[in-house]
Design a protein around this ligand. Structure first.
Ligand code: GLP
Length: 254
């Protein structure tokens, strides 16, 4: 894993955009994430697109997850979030923006179709990830199978509480979701996980320095051949080997 420790959340976004820009400009298939962490990165990508530095023409996007039963027009559906925060502002063909279907009558069949659509697109080249305070990625909560594919999951009460800020109250947060599995995520060519703030410090320490374990789903990055973690100083504050990770970055071969 490459661990990049940045001075500020803004610097995290710029570094993430630097990596994603290379993929976008070659029409790659991008795995996109929701949550508040990637929003600054999306703003930076949109800024570069508006400035003519980057194009999403020919790209495909696949979102990680979606709430079950939330109408896509709801402003907190991940369909709305991905369209409103990113894809509507760039030159990707709307038909190439894919979000798991949380409204399918047969959710299992919808999940299998989503998995197949990723395969048909030739796989995801780079998957952007946030991390939950409990170590979840996508909506793969602790105890998720490390080889799981896209499927329905039940949220952990902590995740419901964490995401209540986006809804009128915790009771309005859907408890069921569909999410790419940890096995799905593992198949992406590169994993790019972002985290900022002290509230993510424990999860980041478990991801980077804890055991590979379903107790911390994000620890699957340890067995991925091309995983990059970009964090700010606050999210890095519980890492034991912080000086070494900085030393590696200072001595990066040209
Ligand atoms: C949600 C999303 C995750 C995201 C997590 C963290 O649960 N399903 O993909 O990583 O929230 O969100 P935030 O970046 O707002 O802390």
């Amino acid at each position: 894993m490459e661990i990049i420790i940045s001075d500020s959340p803004n610097d995290v976004a710029v570094k993430a955009a630097d990596i994603l820009q290379g993929y976008a400009n070659r029409g790659a298939t991008l795995g996109v994430a929701t949550g508040s962490t990637p929003l600054a990165t999306y703003e930076e990508l949109i800024r570069r697109h508006t400035a003519g530095e980057l194009s999403f023409a020919g790209c495909k996007m696949f979102a990680l997850d979606e709430y079950v039963g939330l109408p896509i027009e709801h402003e907190q559906s991940y369909y709305s979030v991905i369209h409103n925060e990113l894809s509507n502002h760039v030159d990707i063909d709307p038909q190439d923006v894919h979000i798991p279907n949380g409204l399918a009558e047969d959710l299992a069949a919808g999940c299998a179709d989503y998995e197949q659509a990723i395969v048909d697109a030739g796989g995801i080249d780079v998957q952007l990830l946030g991390i939950g305070a409990n170590g979840h990625v996508g909506f793969n909560e602790p105890s998720s199978s490390l080889s799981s594919l896209t499927r329905m999951k039940t949220l952990h009460p902590q995740t419901v509480a964490d995401n209540a800020r986006f809804f009128d109250s915790a009771e309005n947060v859907p408890v069921h979701v569909v999410t790419q599995g940890l096995g799905t995520i593992q198949r992406a060519g590169q994993l790019l996980l972002l985290a900022t703030g002290e509230q993510k410090a424990h999860a980041i320490s478990q991801l980077v320095e804890g055991p590979l374990s379903a107790a911390c789903p994000a620890s699957i990055l340890q067995i991925h051949p091309h995983a990059t973690v970009i964090v700010d100083e606050a999210a890095a504050s519980k890492l034991n080997n912080v000086d070494y990770y900085k030393f590696i970055q200072q001595h990066k071969p040209a």
